[in-house]
Each structure stands twice: as structure tokens, then as C-alpha cells.
Design a protein around this ligand. Structure first.
Ligand code: ATP
Ligand code: MG
Length: 533
């Protein structure tokens, strides 16, 4: 038995696509192409250029930008280590990851114990693995490891002894953040991108795009990865089409034009039941005060809220507004609204964005409960829903993120963008029957005989050059079978080439819908086909 052959008793495993991923197949892929071509066309008319960034980046890029307390980063990211080729390396990488994304509030005594003990254990195990050359370490790693040990010692031996000092909490938070930074340097990991805004900002900085005429307008399309619970409209590999405007100020007209562009795109695709919701979530000046007010109000009604919302009062009170829990709705309706607590600048900006939308004929609905899941948003936020999607009905989310480029080490830069969920967009188009029908073949060449085969090959070449889709059977078929096959493939015409046709120089073109036939010379054929296009 040859090496590659499968032993008889072993049934070969049948592989299936991994849960949450799927194959996109014809004819559906034609619709995907149509959607993407429309995006290229529409975004081009708004002066946007395409960026194609890598599918993986340093984990830290996403942790920094999206925020390590968000679900996307703490639970849903596909993180890949650099030295996962042995069990020790793998285990250390996992433990490091857990520590890096562990939330360590200063009030949680046992949480602090777990964090410090596990970090110390991690350091000594890492040292041991280094000794056995099970993991790799460059100079940076070694230095980071040393600083990590020092920081943990400082935390345990000094800081935890002086919890009464006035600035204790501040110093504690700073030290924990520092530990996490060192942990990250011990072995930088990479992650499959859960979204693309961070990559676009990274590229803007890396290529010095602030030197270009501002604003820089970029769009992208491609797969994103999130380890979520798969369901209709929610996948682990999904596709986004998005755009970003970077630099050049924060004029409300920029916000409005970006929104106008998405709406134009959806309009061009004839997407049905499109509903645009907008909101302003303030900025670093007014939002924190509102969040505190919201937290205080939420604490008063804490007992009436479900466990998710109760938890969010601490971690992210804004997300409570997102709640879909029925019993919470009447409570949420009575909470203070951010629109009443915006600072003067944010309020003026919001009013101007609305005015600009009206000037562009864009219909919107104000939704004070619209907050975005990612940390970096500020001021204008928007979401677009469409019909036929059940509870996963958001097809586009977007907003302004003025601090993001700076957060990633670039110059202060204004930014706004959106991301469309292409999978959901396609689902909605299909549900509403707006998906254009797949183009069948134009011509099926039914040939018989050696001479006819040569002519058929030449005819196929000429027809394809003229842009027609041609099916040329690789082996001779009886005409009856060929016509049946042509029918199944949905061909419009059968071109019949037998001995007679070839010697006469007159080819038979049969219209399959009505069975009519025409005799045509070679030059007449293409003219005839063009007429009926
Ligand atoms: P949702 O609230 O539906 O989880 P989100 O706030 O996580 O969305 P964003 O990160 O803003 O979504 O991404 C923009 C768009 O990408 C969403 O409006 C949605 O259409 C799409 N999207 C997000 N996650 C997925 C997924 N797992 N599968 C398919 N599409 C997704
Ligand atoms: Mg989500």
C-alpha cells in the first residue's frame, strides 16, 4: 500500500467548514460581486480610494483602540501566538493573554490576589521555559520580564501596604496598566482583525498620510473575525464594507456626507426598509459627567434590572441603554438623556449635522439610546437597519472617533467612519427579492465532428472576446443531449456546429426560449447576438 493511501478500515474523515464560517457559492457570489462593484462605483464618486490592509495585526493595536474592556477584545478576538509550537509555549501564551485582559479593579481584593499570584507564577514558569529553550526571548522580552517582576513586587510589597495613601487608587491603576504593558511585550501576539478602523488609522500614521491633502478618504472591504455565538446574520468570519475620513477638521458636513454616501449606496442597491438612526454621545468633556449621572440613576433602580444590565452599571452604563430586555424598557425610558447633557460645542455640532443631513435630503430618526459597542466613538454615532433580518437587523454602524489616531501614536487627527455588515446586507437583499438574477450562459456550442470542434474552439474564442459567456463542451455530444445540457445551464442560445454548418460556412443559432433557428455566417453571428443583448 502506498503511503498516502487510506487503510481500508479507517473511514476518511469528512471535513466541514468550521462553525461560524461558511462557503459563499455561485450563484450567490454574483450578488456579492454586484454589491462590491456598486460600493467601488459609489464610493469612487465621493472621492474615496480603496485601502487593503492585512487580515492580522498586533493584538495590541485592537486592544488599545477598541478597548480591552469591550466584548470584542476581551472575549471575541482570535489571538495567535508566535511560539505556539510546543505545549509549554502554548500554555504560557494563553496564560499571558488571560492576565493581559483580566479586569483588576482596585476594590476587588481577591481579584488582585489572583492577578498578582498568577503573574508571579507566569514569570517563574517563563524563566524556567527560557532555561529549557522552550520559548524564545529577545532582549526586549527579557527586559520586559524583569520590569514585570519589579512591578508586581512593587504592587504586592509596597502598594498593597499603603492603601490608605490619598493617591493610592491612582497608583494602583497605573501599576496594573504597566504590568499589562510588560506582559504584552513578553511575547507580542497577533490577532485576526475583528474590524478595520484601527488598521486604517495605523496605516494613516505609518505612511505619513497627514502629509497628503486632508481629509484622507479611504474605504475597504473584506473578512473580519469575531468568536461570537453563530446565528442568522452573525458569523465568526463575516465581511464588512467600510469607509473612514481622516484629518481635515470635524465640520458637520463631513459627518453628513459620509452618511449620505452610505445611504446613496443602499439606495443604489435598492435595499428595502432602510432606517437611519442618529445620536450624539458627546465628547471627553461632557460624556463622563453624563455617564456618572446615568450610573447614579441606574443605581437607584438596580434591583429592577436584569443581571447583564446590573453588571453594566459598573463596567459601561451606556450599554444599558442598548438593552433589549422587555421588562427594562419602561425603566430605561425614564433615564436621563444625553441630548440634554451635551456641552455647548457638542450640541452645536449635533444640530449642524442634522441640518446638513436635511440639506442633503437624508431622512433620519433621532435615537437617544443609540450607543456604539466600541470605546473609541464620540459625538456623531449612527446605525442603519434594514428589513428581513430578524433581531440581527443592523446593517451598518458608524460614528466619529476624533481621538483614535492620537491614541495610536499619531498626530491629533479628526476621524469618522462606518462599517457595513455585508453578510446582512446580502441577506436583506435576498429576502426582499432585490437580488439580481444570476446571469446564465449566453451561448452553448453544440458541436459534432473533428472539423466542427476546431471551428467551435475558434467561435468560442471570438464570442468570449466580444464579452459573451460561452460553454464549450470538452467532448463531443449528440445534439439532443447538448441541447438538454444547454437548457439546464440556462443558456440563451445554442450554436449548432456540425459537418454541414462547417462546410457551408453557415452556422445555426437556436434561441432556446422559443426554439426558433437562424442560419448565420460567422461575421453575422456576433452582430445578431449583440442585437438581442
Ligand atoms: P451587533 O450589535 O449586531 O453585534 P456591532 O455593534 O458588534 O453589531 P460593529 O462592530 O459596529 O457591529 O460592526 C458593523 C456591522 O458589522 C454591524 O452593523 C453588522 O452589520 C456587522 N457585524 C458585526 N458583527 C457581525 C457578525 N458577527 N456577523 C455578521 N455581521 C456582523
Ligand atoms: Mg457585536
Amino acid at each position: 500500500m502506498s503511503e498516502g493511501a487510506v487503510k481500508k478500515e479507517e473511514k476518511p474523515r469528512k471535513f466541514q467548514a468550521i462553525r461560524g464560517t461558511r462557503d459563499l457559492l455561485p450563484p450567490e457570489t454574483a450578488l456579492w460581486n454586484h454589491v462590491e462593484q456598486t460600493a467601488h462605483a459609489v464610493f469612487g464618486t465621493f472621492g474615496f480610494g480603496e485601502i487593503r490592509s492585512p487580515i492580522f495585526e498586533w493584538t495590541e493595536l485592537f486592544a488599545r483602540s477598541i478597548g480591552s474592556n469591550t466584548d470584542v477584545v476581551s472575549k471575541e478576538m482570535y489571538v495567535l501566538g508566535l511560539q505556539h509550537d510546543n505545549p509549554t509555549g502554548l500554555d504560557l501564551a494563553h496564560r499571558r493573554e488571560t492576565l493581559m485582559f483580566m479586569s483588576v479593579p482596585s476594590s476587588d481584593k481577591s481579584g488582585i490576589d489572583i492577578f498578582t499570584m498568577q503573574t508571579r507564577k507566569f514569570c517563574s514558569d517563563y524563566d524556567a521555559a527560557l532555561g529549557k529553550e522552550l520559548v524564545y526571548a529577545d532582549v526586549g522580552t527579557k527586559v520586559a520580564l524583569k520590569y514585570l517582576k519589579d512591578s508586581i513586587s512593587y504592587l504586592v510589597d509596597d502598594l498593597l501596604e499603603q492603601t490608605r495613601a490619598g493617591d493610592w487608587q491612582e497608583r494602583f491603576d497605573r501599576t496594573v496598566a504597566l504590568c499589562k504593558q510588560y506582559l504584552d511585550l513578553v511575547e507580542p501576539t497577533i490577532a485576526l482583525r475583528p474590524e478595520s478602523t484601527a488598521s486604517v488609522c495605523r496605516a494613516y500614521i505609518e505612511h505619513g498620510m497627514q502629509q497628503l491633502p486632508q481629509p484622507v478618504k479611504l474605504y475597504y472591504m473584506g473578512p473580519m473575525f469575531r468568536r461570537e455565538r453563530p446565528q442568522k446574520g452573525r458569523y465568526r468570519q463575516f465581511y464588512q464594507i467600510g469607509a473612514e475620513v481622516l484629518g481635515g477638521g470635524d465640520a458637520p458636513a463631513i459627518d453628513a456626507e459620509v452618511i449620505e454616501m452610505v445611504m446613496t449606496f443602499f439606495d443604489r442597491l435598492e435595499l428595502q426598509g432602510v432606517q437611519l438612526d442618529i445620536n450624539s454621545i458627546g465628547d471627553g468633556n461632557c460624556r463622563p459627567k453624563y455617564v456618572e449621572l446615568l450610573r447614579a440613576e441606574l443605581l437607584k433602580v438596580k434591583d429592577k434590572l436584569g443581571p447583564d444590565s446590573q453588571r453594566r452599571i459598573e463596567t459601561n452604563p451606556l450599554r444599558v441603554l442598548d438593552s433589549k430586555v422587555k421588562e427594562e424598557q419602561s425603566i430605561i425610558e425614564k433615564l436621563p438623556r444625553i441630548a440634554d447633557h451635551l456641552c455647548e460645542e457638542c450640541a452645536a455640532h449635533y444640530a449642524a449635522v442634522k441640518h446638513q443631513l436635511e440639506m442633503r435630503g437624508v431622512i433620519y430618526r433621532e435615537n437617544w439610546r443609540l450607543v456604539r459597542g466600541l470605546d473609541y466613538y464620540m459625538r456623531t454615532t449612527f446605525e442603519i437597519t434594514a428589513q428581513g433580518l430578524g433581531s440581527q437587523n443592523a446593517v451598518c454602524g458608524g460614528g466619529r472617533y476624533d481621538g483614535l489616531v492620537e491614541l495610536l501614536g499619531g498626530p491629533p487627527t479628526k476621524g469618522i467612519g462606518f462599517a457595513i455588515g455585508e453578510d446582512r446586507l446580502i441577506l436583506s437583499l435576498q429576502e426582499s427579492g432585490k437580488a439580481p438574477a444570476q446571469q446564465g450562459r449566453d451561448v452553448y456550442i453544440a458541436w459534432m465532428g473533428e472539423r466542427a470542434h476546431a471551428t467551435a474552439i475558434r467561435a468560442a474564442k471570438d464570442l468570449r472576446k466580444a464579452g459573451f459567456s460561452v460553454e464549450l463542451p470538452p467532448v463531443e455530444q449528440k445534439f439532443g443531449k447538448a441541447l438538454g445540457q444547454a437548457d439546464k445551464l440556462g443558456a440563451k442560445y445554442a450554436l449548432i456546429l456540425g459537418d454541414n454548418e462547417v462546410s457551408e460556412g453557415l452556422w445555426t443559432l437556436k434561441t432556446l426560449a422559443d426554439g426558433t433557428q437562424k442560419k448565420l455566417s460567422e461575421p453575422e453571428l456576433i452582430k445578431e447576438l449583440r442585437k438581442t443583448r
